[in-house]
Each structure stands twice: as structure tokens, then as C-alpha cells.
Design a protein around this ligand. Structure first.
Ligand code: FPP
Length: 255
């Protein structure tokens, strides 16, 4: 109990310090978790140690997001381009969801978290797929934080597939090209019914999107930090949210 109160007080303190308003918390935050390899290299350790510590930062970020009242957290865990990495590293990355869920699934269930996966399961090793499918199934009716793992995800591929699906409807005569709307393209993306991210965070000082949610990020606020992903803490999330709350979102209009 004391621990709970203390953690609540710390949370209150840091929210106060950064003047986070509870009324303007981003609903959906997406994160490009970059810098695992460099974090490890800087310490003279193999890259996979960086990924292992990156996994710990995933848990910290999920707890912090939930504490702050963020409703959806999308984490870029593996891209359709990451298969180009050395086999050992890919194999290691493919074991992480399983390892993470073996340790955390029960707590995620208890905390009412809904786990989702956004990506192409068909190319994943069976053990990775099984772990994700189990987590998704066991948390499907949860109503708390949506923890959405982008796994074997690539935005150009998802946009191409959305267009292909619309093309099929046209060929079958159920759709006219002139009737295609932005909503129709959006609904057929892997993010499905999730609203677009309000805030995108990328760690490690790289300033690019790396084929991540290119359609959905059209009007998201972007926040970049030099810290490497394994160093990411609740304080960084608070900093990002504080900065977000200072932005004026105009969606191409006037404020
Ligand atoms: C990019 O950093 C990071 C990745 C390709 C992997 C991200 C995965 C995790 C953080 C763990 C995922 C955990 C779960 C539970 C799915 P990089 O290693 O390419 O960084 P570098 O540019 O410094 O080499």
C-alpha cells in the first residue's frame, strides 16, 4: 500500500513538474523503439543484449502509458525490412515476444490490457505466432490499455494490400473507382479500427519514419529523443506528452 501511494506520489510529482494536463493526454501513442544495438555497442556488448534490455523498456513504457491514461500504445517491434538482418539477430528478435509474454501475460491480463498484433503473422516462426495468438485471444475482451505490437509490419505493404483489396471489389463489380474514399483505404490497413496515433515517439536520434504507419501518421505530432530505447523510462514519456500538450494541432486548417 505504502509502495502504491509512493509510486502515485512520484507520478503526481513528475506530472506536476512537466505540467501535464489530464484533459489532453494523447489517446494513441506509437513508438519506434530504436537504438538497441547502439546501446549495447556503447557498453561493449552484443546487439542482442540491447534487444533484451529493449524488451524491459517495453514493459516500462506500457505501465507508464497506462498510468498516464494513454489508451493505445503501438510499438514497432519488427519491420518487414528487419528480415535483412543477420539470422542470429532475427532469431533472437523472434524469441522476444514469446519470452515477454511468458513473463508478463498474467500481469497484462490482471491489468485489463488488451494485446493486439499489427503485421503479417504468416511469415513469423510458429512459436512467435503461437505466443502472440495466445496473448491476443486471452486478452481480447479486456477493456484497458490496448498494447499493439507492430510485428513483421511494413506500411508500404499494408497500403499496397489495401489498394489490392479495393481493386478486387472493383473487378467483382461491387465498387466503382470514383467511389473510393480515404475511409475505405484506412479501414483496410492493418491498424483496422484503431484511431490514428496522436503522438509518435522515436528514440535514438534518428529522424525518419522507417516505413511505419505512413498513412496513419499524416497528422500525428512527432517527438524525437536522442536516448536509446533501452534507456526509455516513464520520465521520457511524460516529457513527450508535455511537449505534445504544447503543440497546436491544426490538421491543415487555422487555429
Ligand atoms: C531497432 O533498434 C529495434 C528493433 C529492430 C527491435 C525492437 C524490439 C524490441 C525493443 C523488443 C521487442 C519486444 C517485444 C516484447 C516484442 P536497433 O537495434 O536497430 O538499433 P540500432 O540502430 O542502434 O542498431
Amino acid at each position: 500500500m505504502i509502495k502504491r501511494v509512493r509510486s502515485w506520489l512520484n507520478q503526481e510529482d513528475s506530472q506536476q513538474a512537466h505540467r501535464i494536463s489530464p484533459d489532453n493526454i494523447p489517446h494513441h501513442v506509437a513508438i519506434i523503439m530504436d537504438g538497441n544495438g547502439r546501446w549495447a555497442k556503447r557498453r561493449g556488448m552484443p546487439r542482442i543484449v540491447g534487444h533484451q534490455n529493449g524488451m524491459k523498456a517495453v514493459k516500462r513504457a506500457a505501465i507508464a502509458a497506462d498510468d498516464l491514461g494513454i489508451k493505445i500504445l503501438t510499438m514497432y517491434a519488427f519491420s518487414t525490412e528487419n528480415w535483412k538482418r543477420p539470422k542470429d539477430e532475427v532469431d533472437f528478435l523472434m524469441k522476444l515476444p514469446q519470452e515477454f509474454l511468458a513473463i508478463e501475460l498474467e500481469e497484462l491480463i490482471q491489468k485489463n490490457v488488451q494485446v493486439r498484433m499489427m503485421g503479417h503473422p504468416e511469415d513469423l516462426p510458429q512459436h512467435t505466432r503461437d505466443a502472440m495468438e495466445e496473448a491476443v485471444a486471452r486478452t481480447a475482451s479486456n477493456t484497458g490499455l490496448v498494447l499493439n505490437f507492430a510485428l513483421n509490419y511494413g506500411s508500404r505493404k499494408e497500403i499496397t494490400e489495401s489498394i489490392r483489396a479495393l481493386g478486387k471489389d472493383i473487378r467483382e463489380g461491387t465498387l466503382l473507382p470514383e467511389d473510393i474514399t480515404e475511409e475505405m483505404v484506412g479501414e483496410r490497413l492493418l491498424s483496422g479500427d484503431l484511431p490514428d496515433p496522436d503522438l509518435l515517439i522515436r528514440t535514438s536520434g534518428e529522424l525518419r519514419l522507417s516505413n511505419f504507419m505512413l498513412w496513419q501518421l499524416a497528422y500525428s505530432e512527432l517527438w524525437f529523443t536522442d536516448i536509446y530505447w533501452p534507456e526509455f523510462t516513464k520520465e521520457h514519456l511524460i516529457e513527450a506528452v508535455a511537449e505534445y500538450q504544447h503543440r497546436t494541432r491544426r490538421y491543415g486548417g487555422l487555429s
